[in-house]
Design a protein around this ligand. Structure first.
Ligand code: AP5
Length: 218
C-alpha cells in the first residue's frame, strides 16, 4: 500500500502518520522530518533548506524531488510500501511523484486529505511539543502526555518545540500552503484516489475515519 497524507500545517498529518504506521507498518516518509534531520547534521541539503524553512517558505522543488526520489528507491519502501507526509505540496511535485513512481514501478494507491478549518491551526501549532527521543507529537491542551513530562511512547522526559512554530513563521507557512492546496486537491480528485477526512474531530475519531478508508484498499 502506497499512501500520501496531505493537509495544511498543523492539520494532523504527523499525528495520524504515527497511528497508521503502528497499525500498517508502512514506511513513513516526511519531507519535513528529512529536512530537519539534514539541518541538524548540517548536510548540503540541510544548509540549503534552512533559509526556506526558517521563513516558512517551501524548499525548492528540485531539492525536494531529488530527496524523495532517492528515498523511494530504497529497499524497505519496495518491501513495505510508503506513506508520504507533506509531499507533494504543489502541482510540480505531484507531477514529479508520478514520474518517480513510473520509473520505480510503484503506484500511489490513495491520497488522504486531512481537512481542517485554517482558523484553528495557529493554536494547534503553538501548543505542539515533540518528544526529543522518538518524535511522538503532543499538544499541551488537545493531546497531552498521559503522565505529565513523560512520553507515552518511549518514556523519555525530553521534549522540544519546533523553530518554525513561532507565530510569525506559522502565518507565512499557512499562507504559502493554502495557495498550493486547492490545485493539489483538484489534481488527485481527477485521478480518483482522493479521500477527504474531517480533521476538526478528536484525534481518535480522525484515525477511525482514516482507517475506514485504508481498510477498503489494504
Ligand atoms: P512539515 O514538517 O511537513 O510541516 P507542515 O506541513 O507545516 O506540517 P506540520 O508537521 O507542522 O503539521 P502536521 O499536519 O504534521 O500536524 P501535527 O500532527 O504535528 O514541513 C516543515 C517545512 O519543511 C515546510 O514549511 C517547508 O519549508 C519544508 N518542506 C516540507 N515538505 C516540503 C515539500 N514537499 N516541499 C517543499 N518544502 C517542504 O499536529 C499539530 C498539533 O495539533 C499537534 O500538537 C497535535 O497534537 C495536535 N493535533 C493533531 N490532530 C489534532 C486533532 N484532531 N485535534 C486536536 N489537536 C490535534
Amino acid at each position: 500500500m502506497n499512501l500520501m497524507l496531505m493537509g495544511l500545517p498543523g492539520a494532523g498529518k504527523g499525528t495520524q502518520a504515527e497511528k497508521i504506521v503502528d497499525k500498517y507498518h508502512i514506511i513513513h516518509i516526511s519531507t519535513g522530518d528529512m529536512f530537519r534531520e539534514a539541518m541538524a547534521n548540517e548536510t548540503p541539503v540541510g544548509l540549503k533548506a534552512k533559509g526556506f524553512i526558517d521563513k516558512g517558505e517551501l524548499v525548492p522543488d528540485e531539492v525536494t524531488n531529488e530527496l524523495v526520489k532517492e528515498r523511494l528507491g530504497q529497499d524497505d519502501v519496495k518491501q513495505n510500501g510508503y506513506m508520504l507526509d507533506g509531499f507533494p505540496r504543489n502541482l510540480e511535485q505531484a507531477k514529479a511523484l508520478a514520474q518517480i513512481n513510473a520509473d520505480l514501478g510503484l503506484k500511489l494507491d490513495a491520497v488522504i486529505d486531512i481537512d481542517v478549518d485554517p482558523a484553528i491551526l495557529v493554536e494547534r501549532l503553538s501548543g505542539r511539543f515533540i518528544c526529543k527521543n522518538c518524535g511522538a507529537t503532543y499538544h499541551k491542551l488537545n493531546h497531552p502526555t498521559k503522565v505529565a513530562g513523560v512520553c507515552d511512547r518511549c518514556g523519555s522526559h525530553e521534549f522540544y518545540q519546533r523553530e518554525d512554530d513561532k507565530p510569525e513563521t506559522v502565518k507565512n507557512r499557512l499562507a504559502v500552503n493554502v495557495k498550493m492546496n486547492t490545485p493539489l486537491i483538484d489534481f488527485y480528485q481527477k485521478d480518483g484516489i482522493l479521500h477527504r477526512i474531517d480533521g476538526d474531530q478528536a484525534i481518535d475519531q480522525v484515525f477511525a475515519d482514516v482507517d475506514t478508508v485504508l481498510n477498503k484498499i489494504y
